[in-house]
Write a protein that binds this ligand. Structure first.
Ligand SMILES: Cc1cc2nc3c(=O)[nH]c(=O)nc-3n(C[C@H](O)[C@H](O)[C@H](O)COP(=O)(O)OP(=O)(O)OC[C@H]3O[C@@H](n4cnc5c(N)ncnc54)[C@H](O)[C@@H]3O)c2cc1C
Length: 351
């Protein structure tokens, strides 16, 4: 590794190892890693060589990427860490967080300052800058419900821009940023949060967990604690075993297809999709039915406790994890005629 050194607001590392920068813990190298401390350096930086002309992968905590090969161009990491209240009308506020802020630390900051809205999204790994990319969601809440604006550097216009929510085209684990992965570098996100909680307790055991905690008049901080307790119990910790959380998105299919499948398989979980013409089905159920839970191909495996989570038992390569993921998806398609798609960004190979 050759460290080219710190210039104004950024640092360049050539031939940089990315093993510790992805939660699968797979080996990968970037021809050039640019660590940007101050996002105001971006317009100037993107005027030069590889950054101007080549592919650029923006990397946050690496908790939603699979390096099936090395990235072919520059990897950019944003380090800015500030959080500030930019508007406050007493009832609520607009809070701006830089892309480099750790997501869970931000959730705790909002709760500590008396703001509600992000408590169900506690303990999701990664950074604030990545939260809008797949519109992170958990326990019945999606981050789009709280996003007021996304600040980004637009590589097409080579200028800083601000996107209001409609321009972000948020959908289930989806946004405009996912469809134009080379276009925007998210530099900060504005969240509109209220001081009056509207708690969402009806999803996946949150109410039961609060009851088990002995809490009968929950505040947002209790909900955050309940979500953390459930997540610690259910999800493998990337610090212990490499993974990227759920590897597959729940498939969204036309209502008639969902109803036919549900009639043939009454235990298949079916959810509303936010659209009357379609339903969301459980990818975990399909994968479990195909017998993959706990399966292992060398060091690439499926978590024994969670059919959606692919794990690296030690020295799996990204290509091996991708090969396993493809076999899983093919088996679900063959048996049920349903295509399931990966949630993480796959780098260095095509799905
Ligand atoms: C144990 C575990 C549990 C998880 N649980 C959930 C969950 O409940 N819900 C959920 O939605 N996700 C979950 N995830 C996935 C992941 O945590 C989120 O997608 C998170 O937002 C990724 O953040 P990151 O900083 O690690 O992004 P990265 O993995 O570094 O990047 C992910 C994508 O975002 C892009 N990106 C990152 N930062 C920027 C930026 N500043 N500008 C432009 N593009 C950017 C990258 O290029 C890439 O395409 C989980 C992951 C793990 C490991």
């Amino acid at each position: 590794m050759h460290d080219v050194g710190m210039t104004q607001g950024f640092r360049i590392v050539e031939n940089a190892r990315l093993d510790a920068r992805n939660t699968f813990g797979v080996a990968a190298r970037a021809p050039m890693l640019v660590e940007v401390a101050d996002a105001s350096a971006l317009p100037e930086l993107f005027g030069y060589g590889m950054l101007r002309d080549g592919p650029v992968l923006v990397l946050g905590g690496g908790s939603n990427v699979l390096f099936a090969g090395d990235p072919s161009g520059v990897v950019l990491a944003l380090g800015a860490q500030s959080i500030a209240i930019v508007e406050d009308d007493g009832e609520g506020a607009v809070i701006r967080a830089d892309a480099g802020v750790e997501w869970h630390a931000f959730v705790l900051w909002t709760l500590g300052h008396g703001f509600a809205g992000l408590e169900n999204l506690s303990l999701i790994p990664g950074t604030v800058g990545a939260a809008p990319i797949q519109n992170i969601g958990a326990y019945g809440v999606e981050v789009r419900e709280s996003i007021h604006a996304v600040h980004a550097f637009d590589r097409t216009t080579r200028a800083m821009t601000t996107l209001a929510p409609p321009a972000c085209a948020f959908a289930y684990r989806d946004s405009v940023f996912k469809h134009a992965p080379d276009r925007y570098v998210v530099t900060a996100v504005d969240f509109r949060l209220s001081r009056t909680p509207h708690l969402r307790l009806d999803y996946a055991g949150v109410g039961d967990e609060l009851a088990a905690m002995g809490v009968d008049a929950p505040r947002p901080s209790h909900v955050a604690e309940a979500v953390c307790r459930i997540r610690r119990r259910k999800l493998p910790d990337p610090a212990v075993i490499g993974n990227a959380g759920s590897f597959f998105k729940n498939p969204i299919v036309p209502v008639d297809v969902a109803e036919r499948l549900h009639a043939a398989h009454p235990t298949l979980p079916m959810f509303r999709s936010g659209n009357d013409a379609t339903r969301k089905l459980s990818a975990a159920w399909f994968i479990d039915q195909c017998g993959w839970k706990g399966h292992r191909d060398g060091d690439a495996g499926v978590a024994p406790s969670h059919a959606l989570v692919l794990v690296n038992h030690g020295k799996a390569t990204g290509a091996e994890l991708l090969a396993l993921a493809r076999r899983i998806a093919d088996s679900v398609d063959e048996r049920f005629g349903v295509a399931i798609e990966p949630e993480p960004r796959i780098v260095g190979a095509r799905w």
